[in-house]
Design a protein around this ligand. Structure first.
Ligand SMILES: [Zn+2]
Length: 119
């Protein structure tokens, strides 16, 4: 929780107030934050849902602000509508329907459909 608060505060401050050096490293710092938040998201089984929700919200805002996005393995765990996590069997229902993965967010009932990748 401490880590998340720290990261949150860092990204709330506009970059011109943080000095030139910070501004230069803007994308790099965003990438570091995305990596850390992604690893939190992927450990959803061991971590409190509240923290995973918080990480999901911050991943969306870092993505919007700095254009650094997490990979698809992580983004499929986020409901973009309620800006919270989409964890299978916890707050997401996953079904297979006519060759597509249908993920339903239990909180807002939004449906995400994706093709099953063929290898
Ligand atoms: Zn939702």
């Amino acid at each position: 929780m401490e880590l998340l608060k720290k990261l949150g505060n860092k990204f709330q401050k506009p970059y011109h107030e943080l000095g030139e050096n910070m501004a230069k490293n803007r994308r790099k710092n965003a990438q570091i934050a995305v990596n850390q938040l992604s690893s939190i998201m992927l450990r959803y089984n061991e971590i409190d849902l509240e923290i995973v929700d918080s990480a999901a919200r911050q991943l969306i805002s870092v993505g919007k602000r700095h254009g650094v996005r997490a990979n698809s393995e992580v983004t499929r765990l986020i409901c973009r509508f309620c800006k919270k996590s989409l964890i299978p069997a916890k707050n997401a229902r996953i079904r297979i329907n006519s060759g597509r993965i249908v993920t339903t967010c239990i909180r807002c009932n939004r449906v995400y459909r994706s093709k099953i990748s063929q290898r």
